[in-house]
Each structure stands twice: as structure tokens, then as C-alpha cells.
Design a protein around this ligand. Sequence first.
Ligand SMILES: Cc1cc2nc3c(=O)[nH]c(=O)nc-3n(C[C@H](O)[C@H](O)[C@H](O)COP(=O)(O)OP(=O)(O)OC[C@H]3O[C@@H](n4cnc5c(N)ncnc54)[C@H](O)[C@@H]3O)c2cc1C
Length: 484
Amino acid sequence: MSDNAFDVAVIGTGLSGSLLAIQLLRQLPAGCSVALVGKAGETGAGLAYGTRDRVHLLNVRAARMSLDPDDEGDFVAWLAARHPELEAAAGMKETYAPRAIYGDYVRERLAGAMREAGGRIHTSLFTSEVMGMERDGEEYVLELATGDAIRARHVGLCLGNPPGRLPLPGDSVDAAARPRIVDDPWHDRRMAQIAPEARILFVGTGLTMVDQVMSRRIAGRRGAMIAISRHGLLPATHGEVSSPPAAWQPPANNGRLGVLFHAVVAAARAAEKAGGDWRSVIDALRPLTQRLWQRLTPASRRRFLRHGEAWWSVHRHRMAPAIGARIAAFRADRELEVLAGRIIRIEGLGRGLAVVIRRRGCPEAETVHVDWVVNCTGPGRLSRSGSALVADLVAGGLARGDSLGLGLDVSRDGELVGRGRRVTPNAYAIGAAGRARFLEITAAREIRGQAAALARRIAAARRAELFPRGSARRAVAEWQDHAG
Ligand SMILES: Cc1cc2nc3c(=O)[nH]c(=O)nc-3n(C[C@H](O)[C@H](O)[C@H](O)COP(=O)(O)OP(=O)(O)OC[C@H]3O[C@@H](n4cnc5c(N)ncnc54)[C@H](O)[C@@H]3O)c2cc1C
């Protein structure tokens, strides 16, 4: 193979790309090569773990954040060794660590996997955006923004969460208002420059809003904050100490959204009545979610996204107890007001903004005066992200958008589905791109499972390619060599 030809190319080096690389380094046959292509400074971090703000905590306790499916205690042990000061009263397993520290853990584990694979697997890191990808015989050619091209037989697209955009039609935002609207609080440097006393309207009441509120308050910024979303639902808070998932099974007739929804609510109420915790019912659903989602009819899936997702999301993606307590205190002190309603128009007023809103259930509109509007509706959708790579894949027929407009169409195994519903062989998407097929595929735990399964598949395919029929014995010997 030439210098720029690899067995596998991994595009994107956030959590998904790092996890896929770790698994490939463990599972590929000796002599294979892996190219990791990611943007500068994003290795192991991506949107979630790239924050340097220590007040942005994981929303999952440490016991459930191991990167290694074969060692559930890995993150807890790493945390105990590196940051013993973070241990919660109930023990390190119950700690909600800063996300920045989790990013350090991911990077350390990736570096360790590269070291261990050392002479066996060759790894190259490319710091660049991939702008395009096309097929050339049995290989894919990736075009990098640096002008280089690399070739690979197998490709894992780990493109993750694109930045969000304010979900308002362009004509409802006055041009004079634009300079005071932040579409993407994670990357927009103006966030740090907003005056301490500025009044802010956050659009969205989920975990992104919670992060932004915490950052401002911890930095001593005292301006009033309002948060608005269609339902005005805040994420629920984890219990102080986790309880195990309930022994709950969905009803047999679970292809209908209404049946499923009522069964979950009834089970949660019953758990509370019996002195238990509704969270244990939601947690019991977690391993079943993908299967249940796939059983829903297309119409039910659309209905869920329109009416059920906000409700599901606040119960499923919960705040760490310490964060939940702070947010409750801000609300009690009227430092943070949470509204249910929608924005009708944003007008610029020279030094501020007039935002016309309609509260849920109110016929009349009202005007709220603020200094800034900050979009906190969470990560955007890959299909609307303006990614040059995605546009190129779609134009070349190697990929297409999914029917729900969430990301890309992928097969059950994560292979891209392109023009004419044809599967694009050996090109896979993991993580958020496959939301329409899997729904729950963005948390570390789900990505971990997907990355391990994909690496297994690629390693098996690569073994079959390298040791075709007749050389099976060699393949087994090779495999045993690595497994040992
Ligand atoms: C704010 C936040 C908090 C979260 N907290 C938790 C939590 O506590 N626990 C949990 O389990 N899960 C959490 N999650 C969910 C989950 O862990 C993340 O969504 C996960 O990090 C996704 O990783 P990813 O690699 O798929 O995507 P990303 O982190 O978005 O990374 C994708 C990477 O690909 C790069 N990329 C995209 N296109 C290209 C291209 N063409 N060329 C090269 N590179 C490209 C991007 O620049 C980026 O670096 C959180 C998510 C968010 C957004």
C-alpha cells in the first residue's frame, strides 16, 4: 500500500471516532493500518467533552461511563487514580465528573490503545476536515481540506453533532437583531463577552441551556435569564443515589405509540406509589429503546418526534443532582424564569432586542426586552449542517438523508444507504447520523456498543479480504495471535 492508503479511515475524532479507533486497534489483524482524520484540537473531545468549563458535568454517573465494554469499572478506576478529590459522598461510582475531565480520559485511552497496538497496527493522524469522498474500485478516496487525499477500503463516518441553529424562519428575525443573536453558544466567542448584567433569553430549556446558565452564574454574571421552549420542560434531576432499573417489560402491543406511552406512565406511577423511583422505569427502557423505536410505524415515529420527544428527553437525559439543585435555586430566587411558549419575532432595538412571544395557551402575544438571544436548542441536524462532506456524499449517491430529516439513511449495521436505496459497501456512519434508525444512539454507552460491533465487523471483513478461502487456517492462527 502507498503512504496514503489505509485499511480503515475514521472520519471525525470526537467520542465516536475515538471509540471506533480504540476498538479497531484491538481487533484488526496485524499489519493493518488506520487513518484518523479530525479537525484541530477536537481529538477525544468533540462538542460534548471539548468544554473547558468545570461546571459542565456529565449527566451520567461515573459507573456508567466506562469506554470499555469489557471493563465496566474502567472510568471509575481512572477517576479514582487521577481525580480522587471528585469522589461523591456515596462513592466514586456515583460521581458526576466534569465533562472536560471525561475528554482527558478519552484521549488517554486512545493514546494508550495506539501505544499498545504499536508495531501491530499502523495509525496515522490527519488534522483536517474531510471535504469529499468517492469510490474507486474497492477503495474510497477521501479528499482533505489540506489538499491531500487518502485512500481506504473501509470508512467509519463519526461526524457527530453539528452546531445548532436558531429554529426560526429567517423572515421572523429582523436584520438589526442578528448581531445580538448567538446561534451556537459552544463555539461563538461572543458568549464570553456578554456583559455581566446583560439580560438573556435562552431559546430551549434542555441541557444546553442548563450548561449556559451554570457558566454565567459561576462566572459571577448576574443579569436576568429567561428560557423559553414549546413546553417549558426542564430536564429532570437524577436521584441522589441511583436505583437499579425496574424489572419492567413493555406491553406486547408496543408498535403503537399511544399504548407504549400509557404503559410507561402507568409503570412509573406504580413505582412511585410502591415507594420506588419513576427513574427506574425510564432506565429499564434504555436497553429496549432501539428495538421499540424500530417497531413503531413511520407515522408513529413522526408523531413521537413532534409530540413525545420533548417529554421523553427530559426524563431520559437528566441533570446531575448538584446541577439540578442549583437550577432549582436560581428559579426560586427568580434569577432564571422558564416559559412555555414560542417566539414569533425578534426585532433589533439599537442596543437591545424586542422579542415577541406567545405563551402556551395564551391567545395574546407579548414583548420581552432582552440584550441577547442565545440558541440552546441543542445540536443541529446533520442533514441541515452544511457539511461539505455530507453534501458530496449525497451528490455522489453514496449517502442520502433519512426519511425523518434527522441525519443519514443507514442499514441495521450502520452502512450508508445511498441513491436508489443501494447500500454503500464498507462505508459506515456511527453516532448521531443514524438517529432515524436507532433513535437513542448519542450517549457514550450506546456509541460504545456501536463502535465495538462495527470494529468487529470491519476486522472480520478485513481478515476475509486478507486471507481468502483456502487460507482460513492462517486467518485463525493470525486471529489467535492477536487475541492472545
Ligand atoms: C453538551 C453535551 C453533553 C453530553 N453529555 C453526555 C453525558 O454526560 N453522558 C453521555 O453518555 N453522553 C453525553 N452526551 C452525548 C454524547 O456523549 C455525545 O453526543 C458524543 O460525544 C458524540 O460524539 P461524536 O464523536 O459522535 O460527535 P462529536 O462530539 O460531535 O464529534 C464529531 C467530530 O467529527 C468532526 N467532523 C465532522 N465532520 C467532519 C469532517 N468532514 N471531517 C473531519 N472531521 C469532521 C467534528 O468536528 C467533531 O470533532 C452529551 C452530548 C452533548 C452535546
